[in-house]
Design a protein around this ligand. Structure first.
Ligand code: IMP
Length: 496
């Protein structure tokens, strides 16, 4: 750990007591992604010797501020990179060579060349220029029912691997004629769909490169990673056996998991804690210390059910896009927030206004698209389901400060379907999730600003009560509470 503020030192010394007993820590998301896992990973990374991303691909995005106060957005490289600990892109992560090279160059700049070793698994599925074309074909066929993916071909990377026709990273270094043979197989499988797309005028013939062109494109870049391509499972297992501390970085969240999320409106990597063992090759016993990150108000982008959603997804996304000025610091934003908060506290705000207030307050919009992230109410039914599937030891609550000044909030305490109240951690079929009636309770909030609070005891009584109530309802300790945007705006809440 290098130069840190006094406040950070206190945070680290409290955190140490919680984290040191466990050699590994798995970090996962609890709702539909964007929970602020990056900030939590950044906070805990100094306690680990290595960090491994075990799932997802270039669709994920974590913004980090390095020690040199330079911004770096990591899509493929684990967030731990900013702490110069050894980084692994494990087998469960889908690999995009061109993006990786560009991202590594960004990291190099952001860290003045002081990058830790970054190792890539030899058997991760490898992106080709055909993947996004194939993905756009499927989205096109799904029409109104499309998933609205991130466009990084995550589903196709996973799908081709499951069909046993994917290229893997290590194939780049096999005999060139064998690589070309594999590319020809993949091309042959894709071609009928590409031909149909050309026929229907969705793409032009020249948009689809042939196998030779793809081979040339990939082989030109391959030398840049050659020395870093290894069996990451072997390296991680050796570190683990030697007692080294390993952080296992998940991507997205359970709601987007292909098996446990809201299929088909999901991603294709394993987003639950079980994915940590599957994606790294570490034995399950090495992956049982789990921290689930949840933000106080869930959000969702793309398509798919969201039971506690406050307003309409499309409208929320477009509204934020149309009002970029409200997301800039300044008087316009402040006046907007004051006015909406007054209405919320007077009980006269519409669902649209409630959503808009929290989107602006929490800067809930896509970093690249500017689209709003639709807001939901705290959802205990969903969180209990998440806990049933993952059994986290700890919870990290992010963006808790968003409730400061709000008189009260409706908390979803259960779901009703066909007139029956579901069991506390029961989840209906995803295609019926849109029909559930949410049961809510009004929870009082607090009026004080909590961004400067240093410990749980310093929080206003209303905020303390809120956290205790959440812990009681969920049965898992909340050990971290985010109180603002800054790195040190976090409270460590010891478990005992
Ligand atoms: P894909 O991962 O690109 O296949 O997208 C599938 C679904 O997951 C879409 O609804 C995306 O919006 C959503 N998704 C994927 N990655 C993220 C993320 O990092 N945050 C939030 N949503 C995501």
């Amino acid at each position: 750990m290098s130069k840190v503020s006094k406040k950070m030192t206190r945070i680290y010394s409290r955190l140490e007591k919680i984290l040191l007993p466990f050699k590994t820590l798995v970090i996962i998301g609890s709702y539909w992604g964007d929970e602020g896992k990056g900030k939590i990973i950044d906070l805990v990374a100094p306690f680990y010797d290595a960090v491994a991303r075990f799932s997802g691909g270039a669709g994920a995005g974590h913004t980090l501020i390095t020690e040199l106060l330079r911004k770096f957005i990591g899509h493929l490289i684990p967030c731990g990179v900013a702490h110069k600990i050894m980084c692994f892109l494990a087998r469960g992560e889908f690999f995009d060579l061109a993006r990786f090279i560009a991202e590594k160059a960004d990291a190099f700049r952001a860290m003045d060349g002081k990058l830790p070793p970054i190792r890539i698994d030899r058997q991760s599925p490898l992106w080709t220029p055909w993947h996004p074309i194939y993905e756009s074909y499927i989205e096109y066929v799904m029409g109104k029912k499309k998933v609205r993916t991130t466009g990084k071909a995550i589903g196709i990377l996973s799908g081709f691997a499951k069909l046993r026709i994917s290229l893997l990273v290590g194939h780049l270094f096999m005999d060139e004629k064998d690589l070309r043979a594999l590319l020809r197989i993949l091309y042959k499988v894709c071609k009928p769909n590409f031909d149909q797309m050309i026929e229907e005028g969705i793409i032009r013939k020249r948009d689809v490169p042939g196998p030779d062109k793809v081979a040339k494109y990939l082989l030109k870049m391959a030398p840049e990673i050659k020395d870093d391509v290894i069996d990451t499972s072997w390296a991680l297992s050796n570190l683990w056996k030697r007692g080294k501390r390993i952080l296992l970085e998940g991507a997205q969240a359970i709601g987007l998991d292909p098996q446990w999320g809201t299929y088909p409106y999901v991603t294709s990597g394993n987003c639950t804690a079980a994915g940590a063992a599957l994606g790294t090759g570490l034995p399950p016993e090495a992956t049982t210390n789990i921290m689930a990150v949840f933000k106080i108000l869930p959000t969702r982008v793309g398509a798919g059910p969201f039971p506690s959603e406050v307003w309409d997804r499309d409208k929320a996304e477009r509204w934020a896009e149309k009002h970029p000025e409200l997301f800039e610091e300044g008087r316009t934003r402040n006046r907007f927030l004051e006015k909406k908060l007054a209405k919320i506290n007077a009980g006269t705000a519409t669902p649209a206004e409630l959503c808009q207030y929290f989107m602006v307050l929490g800067d809930e919009r896509g970093a690249t698209t500017g689209r709003g992230r639709s807001i939901g109410l705290p959802d205990l039914q969903w969180l209990r389901y998440m806990i049933r599937i993952n059994k986290p030891k700890f919870l990290a609550l992010t963006r808790f400060d968003m409730l400061s000044g709000v008189r009260s909030i409706q908390v979803v305490t259960g779901y009703k379907l066909d007139g029956r109240r579901l069991k506390p951690d029961e989840m209906p079929e995803p295609w019926r999730l849109g029909e559930v009636e949410v049961i809510t309770q009004t929870w009082r909030c607090w009026s004080e600003d909590i961004s400067g609070c240093d410990s749980f005891d310093e929080l206003p009584e209303g905020a303390q009560r809120f956290i205790k109530r959440l812990e009681k309802a969920l049965g898992v300790p909340i050990v971290l509470v985010g109180t603002g945007a800054e790195r040190d705006a976090v409270i460590v809440h010891p478990t005992a």
